[in-house]
Structure formats: structure tokens, C-alpha cells
Design a protein around this ligand. Structure first.
Ligand code: DGL
Length: 266
């Protein structure tokens, strides 16, 4: 049985979901969290639907075994490919990253031209286009897969010449399309925000769904009378590959909170 003190579970293929966790700790500081980075099997963005669905179920089951009260699918690829199937089979509240980002984009766009960037699997799934059109049928959606962004972020190359050239190569045509809003449809991409902003210019609003997700988590917890109050929460981390790199990169996002990460076998 879960209660207020039970943790919130989050998973991603690797470190990207830490951008979501970062925002959640800021907005819901009393909550305990358990984060799983499936680092041994990342990236998800180039894998088939069946594989991403299987991995997503396994990650969620791991978090459920840890006694979490809610699971945040902090990976756009998993959300795009597996969230529906998981919602059909599992009873635990599941929050994905696509709906909150789409909601925010539709609030901020003034000209109804919205760009979406993500992994190959996310863009190919058409999940963003469907969600944007469902929210506002007149939206013109311009999407682009940016497969090299994830390895750049994993390498920590977010603010150098290689990052700038890669951003320019992927986003050149989006810049010409007249979009006024760009959804960063991969939880790794907020780390490239500065470089993306520099290239796209200040007239294009960048939507990073982390804040919207944290808000939604807050609402779902409140509805279920599951909000934890008072003292600061504890944060634990699990990975499926050697933890050293995860800790190193994780510290860049979360500082000392990522003291250690436990390796689990898959
Ligand atoms: N963080 C994942 C996402 O949001 C992408 C990384 C990967 O390809 O595994 O889609």
C-alpha cells in the first residue's frame, strides 16, 4: 500500500530524465524520489516500438517494486511509444512528458506554428503531431528528428563549436518555417537550450516540459491525497550500467544530491 511518504518514481533511458527530476525537486521539495536510468540499454530513440515498450514496462515494474506512489515516464521516447500500453495494463498513476509539453506549447504559440524536435522514434511515432492537433486542430506542426543531440549531451558537449554546428544543421529548416514555438521533445535537450536559443533567436519560445510535468505531478498527488509535506525529501538513484559516469554527469544537474547510484542487473 502506498501513502504520502512513498516516493515518486521516475525513469529515463539515461541521464535526460534528470532535467525533469531537477524541476520536481525545486517545485515539490518534500517529495521522496527514486530515479532509474537505464544506462546499459540507452539510447531508446533508435530502437523499435516493441523494444521500447518492453524496456518501459520493466523500468516501471522495478519502480513499483520499490513501493513508489506514482511513476513519471521522464523519457519522451517511452512516453510516445509505450505510455498508452502501460496505462491499459497498470493501475499506478503514470505521468508522461508529451501531454504537459503540448499543453504549454499551445498556451504560448501566437501564430499556431509549432516545431517539435526529438529522437527518431519519437518523431516517427507522430505522437506530438497527434497531441497538438487534438488540442488545437489548426496547429501547423513542423517536426525534426535530431539523433546526434543525445550523444552530444551524454558527452557533455552542449556549449561548444560541435554543438553549435550540429544545432545549425538540424534546425536550419525549422528556423525558416516561421514557427514561434519549439518543443524540446526529448528530456536530454534542455541541456542544449542555450545553444538552441542562440541559433533560433529570442522570438522562438522554447518549451521544456519539465515545469509542466512537475505541476501535473503536484495536481495528481493532491487529488489522491498523496502529497508529502514538511521535511525535505530523499533522493535515490539506480542505473543498469556502471554508475561512475551517471554520477559525474548527474552532479552537473543536481549537485551533491547525486552522491551515489546503485547498479542493478538486467
Ligand atoms: N531521453 C530520451 C527521450 O526523452 C532520449 C534518449 C534516448 O534516445 O534514449 O526521448
Amino acid at each position: 500500500m502506498t501513502n504520502r511518504d512513498s516516493a515518486i518514481g521516475l525513469f529515463d533511458s539515461g541521464i535526460g530524465g534528470l532535467t525533469v527530476l531537477h524541476k520536481m525537486i525545486e517545485m515539490l521539495p518534500s517529495e521522496n524520489t527514486v530515479y532509474l536510468g537505464d544506462t546499459a540499454r540507452a539510447p531508446y530513440g533508435t530502437k523499435s516500438v516493441e523494444t521500447v515498450v518492453r524496456y518501459s514496462f520493466e523500468n516501471t515494474e522495478f519502480l513499483i517494486e520499490k513501493g513508489v506512489k506514482l511513476v513519471v515516464v521522464a523519457c519522451n521516447t517511452s512516453t510516445a511509444l509505450a505510455l498508452e500500453a502501460m496505462r491499459e495494463k497498470l493501475t499506478i498513476p503514470l505521468i508522461g512528458v508529451i501531454e504537459p509539453g503540448v499543453r504549454r506549447a499551445l498556451q504560448v504559440t501566437m501564430n499556431s506554428r509549432v516545431g517539435v524536435i526529438g529522437t527518431e522514434a519519437t518523431i516517427q511515432s507522430g505522437a506530438y503531431t497527434r497531441a497538438l492537433k487534438a488540442g488545437a486542430p489548426n496547429t501547423e506542426v513542423y517536426s525534426r528528428a535530431c539523433p546526434l543531440f543525445v550523444p552530444l549531451v551524454e558527452e557533455g558537449w552542449t556549449d561548444n563549436g560541435v554543438a553549435a554546428t550540429t544545432v545549425e544543421a538540424y534546425l536550419g529548416s525549422l528556423k525558416q518555417s516561421g514557427i514561434d514555438t519549439l518543443i524540446l521533445g526529448c528530456t536530454h535537450y534542455p541541456l542544449l537550450k542555450k545553444t538552441i536559443r542562440k541559433f533560433m533567436g529570442n522570438a522562438v519560445q522554447l518549451v521544456d516540459s519539465a515545469e509542466e510535468i512537475a505541476k501535473e505531478v503536484g495536481v495528481v498527488l493532491k487529488k489522491g491525497s498523496l502529497t508529502r509535506k514538511g521535511v525535505k525529501g530523499n533522493h535515490s538513484f539506480f542505473v543498469t550500467d556502471a554508475p561512475d559516469r551517471f554520477i559525474k554527469v548527474g552532479r552537473r544537474f543536481l549537485g551533491e544530491k547525486v552522491e551515489s547510484a546503485v547498479r542493478i542487473e538486467r
